[in-house]
Design a protein. Structure first.
Length: 415
């Protein structure tokens, strides 16, 4: 059986991505997606042509990410600041409204009566189904007004680049087949094939590049989760807790990662360092809305996602949970029951065989989120970027869990 080389796989990845971007540019009904595809198709094609010309695959990954995600995002932000109203998905507007509400009322959420007062065709934008921490990305626009650099996506990208760069730096190890020594390139450029593939999953895959360029709110959450796992792998549980807690303070999708990391920390005896950040930051983020208007928090974060809001969520992808909810009598309850049952099974597995390495923790997170996405009554196809990135990131993590022993003890890292 012929085994494709890493560069041949890269060529296939960039070529198929170029085709996807071109098809998106020509056929998508969403104008921000079409604008992304027109630029990203050229970026992917250029990356495909450079696969066998650029020696360092990690460097090409950073360049490709800039061409297929960051450049289209900046172009759309500039066009939007110039007056275009079709250059951002609704998520961007919602996050920016959260920042404005936080600045003026102390809570990022509108109450049910306030949402009911919004015209029916605009009422969906009145809901903010994110955790309070997400409002931070909307504060620049609330404070400085409408400029391209106050677009929430710009700040999503800044956090994402910082988190991914830090994760790569922590996990970077030299490629044994490389001709140049590791010190020939900056520490944030990956060299080992597994780390390059992990970075590609978090950056240049169309599902992640498109999301960052047009909407983006999931990408910094994902990047912080990956950083939390990298920090756990590097034996820094305190900072791992801070990264995971920051992600959970922004979006509920990070809570399973927090839960797995807590079990991992208990199993490795590092929970005292992990818990303050992992649990403290999400709780701290909840304080302002709890003090100002508890019912508004419940309406946005619980009632609306569960289908009990004044309008229904447009998140409707044909996964099993959604199909069951729509076609089976009492289907929403059935799908919710299956989701709870799956969570219980995963919880039992976590307790019986707790992850003792960051790699096994990443696998738990990836497969757990994949199962949840399939069974959720309301979900999006784009949410698959979480399990895809986590599962491809797992091989880049250390097989062994570092402890509190001195970092110069090479026995900790013995293969």
């Amino acid at each position: 059986m012929i085994k494709l080389s890493d560069r041949a796989v890269d060529l296939l990845l960039y070529s198929l991505s170029a085709i996807f971007a071109l098809v998106t540019a020509l056929t998508s009904t969403l104008l921000p997606h079409r604008a992304w595809g027109a630029i990203a198709a050229c970026g992917y094609l250029a990356a495909a042509l450079l696969v066998f010309l650029v020696r360092q695959r990690g460097l090409l990954t950073w360049v490709a990410w800039g061409a297929v995600a960051l450049l289209p995002m900046i172009v759309q932000a500039v066009q939007r600041a110039s007056g275009r109203t079709d250059r951002a998905q609704e998520e961007v507007l919602v996050v920016e409204h959260m920042g404005e509400s936080l600045l003026h009322s102390g809570t990022p959420y509108l109450s049910r009566p306030e949402i009911a007062a919004i015209p029916l065709d605009e009422r969906l934008l009145g809901y903010r189904p994110y955790q309070p921490g997400m409002s931070i990305f909307g504060l620049p626009r609330a404070l400085a007004g409408e400029h391209w650099w106050t677009d929430a996506r710009i700040w999503f990208a800044i956090i994402t680049v910082a988190a991914v760069g830090a994760a790569v730096t922590l996990l970077r190890r030299p490629d044994p087949s490389a001709v140049r020594p590791a010190r020939a390139f900056p520490s944030f450029i990956p060299e080992h094939p597994t780390l390059v593939r992990a970075m590609q999953a978090a950056t240049v895959l169309p599902v992640t590049a498109l999301t960052l360029a047009t909407g983006g709110d999931d990408i910094p959450v994902l990047a912080l989760c990956l950083l939390a796992l990298a920090l756990a792998s590097a034996g820094r549980p305190g900072w791992s807790g801070v990264a995971a807690g920051a992600a959970a303070a922004c979006k509920l999708f990070a809570l399973p990662v927090v839960a797995v990391l807590v079990v991992h920390a208990v199993a490795t005896g590092t929970w005292r360092r992990l818990l303050p950040g992992a649990l403290g930051l999400p709780m701290l983020a909840l304080l302002p809305p709890l003090l100002v208007d508890v019912d508004a928090l419940v309406e946005n974060v619980l009632r609306f996602p569960l289908g009990h809001g004044l309008v229904t969520s447009p998140a409707q992808s044909p996964f099993p949970g959604y199909l069951i909810a729509q076609t089976v009598p009492g289907g929403r309850s059935v799908a919710a029951g299956l989701l709870v049952a799956a969570a219980l099974v995963i919880g039992v597995l976590l307790l019986r065989r707790p992850p003792r390495t960051a790699r096994s923790a990443a696998l738990f997170c990836g497969w757990g989120l994949f199962t949840a996405i399939l069974l959720m009554p309301t979900t999006r196809f784009g949410y698959l970027l979480y399990p895809a990135a986590l599962l491809l990131f797992a091989p880049a993590l250390s097989k062994h869990t570092a402890s509190s022993a001195p970092r110069h003890d090479t026995a900790l890292y013995r293969q």
